[in-house]
Design a protein around this ligand. Structure first.
Ligand SMILES: [Zn+2]
Length: 215
């Protein structure tokens, strides 16, 4: 069984999910996190409970009727299933375009592979699957919008913290950082980027092509 996560989504992400306001990239990432996090699952359950204080404050919001059922199915499914070597939960894969249609891009250095899985037209956010080989790195970059990341397997150092399977990270716009994968396992992450994504710092926009060529 995976260890319980150390780092969790922000309260506003939990609330958006619990009240049915998460866009598709956020919903999929939240469900993947909740599948391994009893702490956040309890919080979502409280936020979603009919008559709960939060929902009383917004009487017009009704949680999706199958929300708790979906969460408990996810909780029962503790371990992500490996599909074609990619550690995504089966329930999440069901909501994505087929893996054969994903277009992988590789950064010029560091061995990082990135595929945009989908884009939510209503919110403009995108969901990316990122793979770093052992000791691989994603070069210094600046975020132009909010980024939420969820580690699926392995580990990665990001902004001075070690994130492991199930851990969630939020990066605010304007923050500059580098990601370096665990030396033995590498890492797989899901990332949701808002707005115009990111640009590399000091690398002449090397990664602009990732975002601008409709990855
Ligand atoms: Zn959590």
């Amino acid at each position: 069984m995976m260890l319980a996560p150390t780092y969790h989504p922000e309260a506003r992400r939990l609330l958006a999910y619990a009240t049915g306001h998460a866009d598709l990239p956020l919903r999929l990432m939240m469900e993947a996190h909740l599948s391994n996090c009893s702490v956040c699952t309890r919080q979502v359950a409280c936020l979603s409970a009919p008559g709960g204080r939060v929902l009383e404050a917004w009487p017009e919001q009704t949680p999706p009727p199958d929300l708790l059922d979906r969460i408990w199915v996810q909780v029962a499914r503790r371990q992500p299933e490996a599909v074609a070597g990619i550690p995504l939960p089966a329930a999440l894969l069901a909501d994505l375009p087929p893996p054969r249609s994903w277009r992988w891009r590789t950064t010029f250095s560091g061995g990082c592979r990135v595929a945009r899985l989908l884009r939510d037209e209503s919110s403009g956010s995108s969901l990316f699957l990122v793979h770093l080989p052992p000791d691989g790195r994603f070069p210094f970059h600046v975020h132009l919008g909010d980024e939420d990341s969820l580690v699926l397997t392995g580990g990665v150092r990001l902004g001075g913290r070690l994130l492991e399977a199930g851990d969630w990270d939020h990066t605010s716009p304007g923050v500059e950082h580098e990601a370096r994968a665990d030396a033995h396992e590498g890492c797989w992450t899901l990332s949701r980027l808002e707005g115009r994504g990111l640009r590399l710092a000091g690398w002449r926009g090397m990664l602009q092509w990732v975002m601008e060529r409709g990855l």
